[in-house]
Design a protein around this ligand. Structure first.
Ligand code: MEV
Length: 315
């Protein structure tokens, strides 16, 4: 039996890092996808084929011994083979349009598409069940995940998310063009989240004030989204970047990219964990091309994306 699923990448529009401490974040899915094909095989092995590496492993080995980025696939396959009391194995083939390790949700899209495809070899599950499995699998590479990334990759569109209330869809369907530029600096989300934790512990009051400001900013953004006010959203993007600077997750290269993008777009900021990864700039038809051109003239790799409203897709 073969089972195939795809899930979109994402960007965090607002609230990364602060979401870990209970503040609301706003995320959207983007039209770049990971596709996973899973099939059961007679041999009692778990085979993973991906652009990172090809792995052939026996079931039941400790997860810490599995190649870091491929752990979610192994975890899901091993768990599902055990649940089914199967003596057979599984082959998983991963195909991705999302750059790796730069904050565009590549690992969450892998977890979501992986959970749907791998479990789909034996059973059909609801989106909520798949999301639960995907978050569990994501914890093998990132134990402190808030679950926000997997949530938006599963549901698509724009969501608001906070740890206490979970996710809810934001109904507005703005025709943003998001210009995404890659710093080409790979980052470890886990390390940067730990760095922010340390900053919080050493600067309790300052951190709490920034969280309050972020909270107010998000409330303004929700109104702007409702009114399709791109100028207002852009101003909030610039403010959010200031808060991210204050907690130490930006760097020289990101600042340079943001400065260039701010000349023509409505506003730009880093997205995801920071410390490298990507920035995005908010544009529409009027300023999309010029923003792309200016970033390219400065030798930054960039592309334009739109919001994906489909989310998880199974075949
Ligand atoms: C990483 O894409 C987003 C962070 O806020 C961590 C998380 O929400 O789990 C940095």
């Amino acid at each position: 039996m073969k089972s195939k699923a795809s899930a979109p990448g994402k960007i965090i529009l607002f609230g990364e890092h602060f979401v870990v401490y209970g503040i609301k974040a706003i995320l959207c899915a983007i039209n770049k996808r990971v596709t996973v094909l899973a099939e059961d095989i007679p041999e009692n092995k778990i085979i993973i084929k991906s652009r990172i590496k090809d792995l052939v492993l026996s079931p039941n080995i400790p997860i810490s011994q599995v190649d870091f980025q491929l752990r979610p696939f192994y975890y899901l396959a091993d768990k599902i083979i055990k649940e089914q009391n199967e003596k057979s194995g599984m082959q998983i083939t991963v195909d991705s349009e999302i750059p790796l390790g730069v904050g565009l949700g590549s690992s969450s899209a892998c977890c979501v598409a992986g959970a749907a495809a791998i479990s789909g070899v034996f059973t059909r599950n609801s989106r909520e069940e798949i999301l639960e499995m995907a978050i569990e699998a994501e914890k093998t590479i990132f134990p402190n995940t808030s679950g926000a990334d997997c949530t938006v990759c599963t549901h698509g569109g724009i969501i608001q998310y906070d740890k206490q209330n979970g996710h809810s869809k934001i109904d507005s369907k703005p025709k943003f063009h998001l210009i995404i530029a890659n710093s080409k600096i790979e980052h470890s989300t886990k390390e940067i989240v730990s760095k922010v934790k340390l900053f919080k512990e050493e600067n309790k009051e300052k951190f709490s004030n920034i969280c309050n400001e972020e909270n107010n900013l998000i409330e303004d953004v929700l109104i702007c989204l409702n009114n399709n006010d791109f100028g207002g959203i852009g101003k909030s993007i610039i403010k959010n970047q200031e808060y991210l600077e204050k907690i130490g997750v930006s760097n020289e290269k990101l600042r340079n990219m943001i400065e260039i993008a701010n000349q023509s777009s409505f506003g730009s900021k880093l997205t995801g964990a920071g410390g490298g990864g990507c920035i995005f700039a908010l544009t529409d038809e009027s300023n999309k091309e010029i923003t792309l051109q200016q970033l390219k003239e400065n030798n930054y790799e960039c592309f334009s994306a739109m919001i994906d409203f489909k989310g998880l897709d199974t075949f």
